[in-house]
Design a protein around this ligand. Structure first.
Ligand code: SF4
Length: 425
């Protein structure tokens, strides 16, 4: 029984999830359109549902940002990567929600996938890097005239004639060759960000990149090794003990609030659960706000005056590095599971992660440079803007340096102390 659970855990979090993310970068949202059971069930339910008009609150573009933050934090509270019960709760809950939404809203569509799925925002970001997309040819579209054609129901209700990118396309292939005008075409992985990034954007997309991928997700991957969290626990819990506030050390929280598996010797006290939430939210907020400030300054310098559209465009240069950061975090879990249960050594793994980070950083720098060049009117503006973006990329890389190297060294290792000392309380 235990062995089969481990196999499921490994297949699910170790193989499936990191490689779904990778597949989005390589093939677009093929997973969503062809393989995802949630989307299929939602669309199937929609056939028999009420097919009501989509209300405005449901189309709010901030949902992917909010749901990503909430599920990331909740996943850490309940140790979703370690135990099957929270997996069933999170995935089962979202599947039920997807079916309910399908039963009520939309017509022959996947409203859940477009607006509400907790990972739709991240998938839409990564799909911008995919090397191909379904592209309409306007001349052929018009040339088709009034000849009879089979109607296509795009699951995300895209304007097929005028669609520009791959972010919201689920790669279901239904529109392939529609009116002899839409075909799968190759493109540069930079095209969607560089060419359409100034129009195909919103502040919520930027917030998801900055606070989601580069803030909260990074904090969620680093807390298990975090020197800062341990130090915060020492300070807070000592204070509570001194003041005789003992109920916070109880371990009676149900597993669906905080991790509670006594048989595995893995139980959160109330105070640890609260500290964990504060840590992830706090670190995510600090990293995110610093990046937000730096990109705002970059946008102002590059464009000779602040413009939200330039800020949003520049934020998209972080997609390769932010996506790689999430992949590395999930891949670390794959390796941990293999080391723990199959006793396989991976002496090369940190070098591999460092290489991935270096390559994705170079990609992000290149995108930032090309975006800045679209707005900058002088060389000094280009160079000074790029300097601020270097600090942004440096912050993300430094966060990973802490996790992969500094925090796993002994705290009395003198050279590295210098790096974390400024952050001591
Ligand atoms: S119908 Fe075409 S545009 Fe719509 S999701 Fe499918 S492949 Fe993408």
């Amino acid at each position: 029984m235990l062995f089969s659970l481990l196999i499921v855990q490994f297949m699910f979090w170790g193989i499936w999830w990191p490689f779904v993310l990778l597949s989005i970068i390589l093939f677009g949202r093929l997973w969503c359109g062809v393989l995802c059971p949630e989307g299929s069930l939602s669309e199937f339910a929609n056939r028999f549902g009420k097919q009501k008009a989509i209300p405005k609150w449901l189309m709010w573009r901030g949902w992917p940002f909010v749901s990503f933050l909430l599920t990331t934090i909740y996943g850490q509270m309940t140790s979703v990567y370690q135990y099957p019960k929270p997996i069933f709760l999170v995935l089962g809950g979202s599947t039920v929600a997807a079916i309910i939404v399908g039963l009520i809203y939309g017509k022959n569509s996947r409203i859940w996938c477009k607006y509400l799925c907790p990972v739709t925002g991240v998938f839409a970001l990564l799909a911008r890097l995919a090397p191909f997309k379904f592209k309409p040819d306007l001349a052929k579209w018009k040339g088709y005239g009034t000849k009879k054609t089979i109607q296509v129901h795009c699951p995300t209700v895209l304007p097929l004639r005028n669609m520009t990118g791959a972010a919201d396309c689920l790669m279901c292939g239904r529109c392939n060759n529609h009116r002899n005008a839409i075909n799968l075409t190759w493109r540069s992985p930079n095209e969607e960000i560089l060419r359409d990034g100034h129009t195909n954007q919103s502040i919520y997309t930027s917030l998801l990149i900055i606070y989601g991928l580069c803030g909260i997700a990074l904090a969620a991957f680093q807390w298990t090794n975090s020197f800062w969290l341990n130090h915060m626990r020492d300070v807070v819990e000592s204070w509570l003990l001194v003041h005789n506030i003992m109920w916070v050390f109880n371990t009676n929280a149900p597993w669906w609030i905080f991790t509670n598996y006594p048989e595995e010797h893995d139980v959160f006290t109330w105070i640890f659960g609260i500290e964990l939430i504060i840590y992830i939210a706090g670190i995510g907020f600090i990293i995110g706000s610093t990046i937000l400030l730096l990109i705002s300054i970059t946008a102002k310098i590059a464009n000779s005056g602040y413009k939200l559209s330039v800020f949003n465009h520049l934020s998209q240069s972080l997609i390769p590095l932010g996506g790689c950061s999430v992949f590395i975090g999930l891949f670390a879990l794959t390796v941990t599971l293999l080391q723990k249960y199959a006793n396989l050594g991976f002496v090369w793994i940190n070098d591999f992660k460092a290489l991935m980070l270096a390559l994705s950083t170079i990609w992000s720098i290149w995108l930032a440079y090309k975006i800045i060049r679209q707005y900058s009117t002088s060389t000094w503006r280009t160079i000074s803007s790029l300097c601020f973006m270097f600090i942004v990329f440096g912050i993300i890389n430094y966060s990973w340096l802490l996790v992969l190297h500094i925090w796993i060294l002994k705290s009395d290792s003198v050279p590295w102390n210098i790096l974390w000392f400024p952050f001591k309380f």
